[in-house]
Design a binder for this molecule. Structure first.
Ligand SMILES: Cc1cc2nc3c(=O)[nH]c(=O)nc-3n(C[C@H](O)[C@H](O)[C@H](O)COP(=O)(O)OP(=O)(O)OC[C@H]3O[C@@H](n4cnc5c(N)ncnc54)[C@H](O)[C@@H]3O)c2cc1C
Length: 379
């Protein structure tokens, strides 16, 4: 009964579901076309406690669970996967880094802001280091009471809106990945600029930008965790983040399936609704079955993580499979809509474009398969 929710989880899910439908739904197309997410909706994410779900109440957070993050991301993504990724990166990546690795001083300095009014970003990738993330070329020079960071980060989600950035840089490139260290960089720090915003196929309302670090001064106390342990922080955080991308993808697939079912009930051909044709019914049944299988993988990985049990291969399976299912279900939903499906008037056209990223970010499908194979082969 993996998908059975406790009363508090049900209440939380229903609240986010209502909010997504009523407050985000009317603006999805406008935000996609503008390539920008409405600031008033981001403010509502904060006031509803959705930007600090796991942050303890003493820091102004909601004191909730990882599983609630997964439910929130699923519900938001069923309406708009761009909304899903904003809440996803904030909670399961940025806040997660602070909660698990930051000093008490850094927690006091930043968690309240992250829970109440400041969007955060996580900056690992660069032009030359994507799947091979630890080949990053950004450097950090130790200057005693501060570090000087130089380099460029690419593809940074939320960077257009963020005030706080978790940035990975190498303090000793000769030591390879063992020199990688995590730093907290504020938007206003000298030598830090948010660069070009990408013009993307999908998730268009979510900003994805370059970051430029040009002799950027970062105070020594802004090192996250131990010097040289950044690679561990990055791996461990991304392992958890992958479950959340799985959740974004099952939300997206559910949205696409719901649109297909509604259309099949009202569109008439040959004197009947198309939902009366077995050919259409079977397609819907396969979509629902694959979505349920993906949801079981995602919820299982999330429950394992919450119980403190090993979950790395399960998280990789969840992300791999959920992103395959999202793309397939969105594609089938378009087919069930016929010609209407490929027009901008049909919400599934956007969901189909949004689905593509699921197989790419936070580790491509090949990288997930490598993780699963390593476990199988005992490596
Ligand atoms: C919209 C968006 C948002 C993003 N947000 C963030 C963010 O917030 N922070 C951040 O740090 N990064 C972010 N990323 C970066 C993302 O994580 C990388 O794009 C991803 O890890 C892939 O890296 P790459 O694009 O360099 O592709 P590459 O690593 O160049 O991969 C290209 C192809 O080669 C394959 N490949 C590579 N190595 C292997 C191998 N060893 N075996 C088999 N196949 C292989 C890949 O599977 C892929 O198909 C984002 C990216 C996008 C597009």
């Amino acid at each position: 009964m993996l998908t059975e929710l406790a009363d508090d989880e049900l209440m939380f899910r229903d609240t986010v579901r209502r909010f997504a439908r009523t407050e985000i739904g009317p603006y999805v197309r406008e935000m996609d076309e503008a390539g920008a997410f409405r600031k008033d909706i981001v403010k509502q994410f904060f006031s509803l406690g959705l930007m600090g779900i796991e942050i303890p109440e003493e820091y102004g957070g909601s004191g909730g669970t990882f599983f609630q993050c997964i439910l929130a991301i699923e519900e938001l993504s069923a309406v708009d996967p761009s909304a899903g990724v904003i809440v996803d990166v904030q909670n399961t990546i940025v806040n997660n880094v602070f909660l698990h690795y930051a000093s008490d001083e850094l927690k006091r300095k930043y968690l309240e802001r992250l829970a109440s009014d400041t969007v955060g970003s996580y900056a690992l990738s660069e032009a030359g280091s994507g799947s091979d993330a630890f080949a990053l070329a950004t450097t950090a020079k130790d200057e005693g009471d501060h570090f000087v960071l130089n380099g460029r980060k690419l593809w940074i989600t939320n960077a257009g809106e963020s005030g706080i950035f978790v940035v990975f840089a190498n303090i000793n490139p000769a030591a390879g990945y063992k020199g990688i260290t995590g730093f907290v960089v504020e938007r206003g720090f000298d030598g830090f600029t948010v660069g070009k915003k990408e013009d993307k196929l999908g998730l268009r309302a979510s900003s994805t930008c370059e970051l430029i670090l040009d002799n950027c001064r970062v105070p020594r106390e802004n090192v996250i965790g131990q010097i040289g342990q950044g690679y561990k922080i990055a791996i461990e955080t991304l392992n958890e983040g992958r479950i959340a991308i799985g959740s974004q993808m099952i939300g997206l697939a559910r949205g696409a399936l719901e649109h297909a079912v509604a259309y099949a009930k009202q569109r008439k051909q040959f004197g009947k609704t198309i939902g009366e044709f077995q050919g259409v019914q079977f397609q819907l049944a396969v979509m629902a079955t694959e979505l349920e299988a993906a949801r079981l993988l995602v919820y299982n990985a999330a429950r394992l993580r919450e119980a403190g049990r090993p979950f790395v291969a399960e998280a990789a399976m969840a992300k791999y499979y959920a992103s395959e299912v999202a793309e397939k279900v969105a594609s089938k939903s378009i087919e069930i809509h016929g010609g209407v499906g490929i027009t901008k008037d049909c919400p599934v056209e956007k969901l189909y474009r949004d689905a593509k990223i699921g197989r790419i970010y936070e580790g491509t499908s090949n990288i997930q398969l490598m993780t699963i194979a390593k476990k199988l082969l005992g490596k």
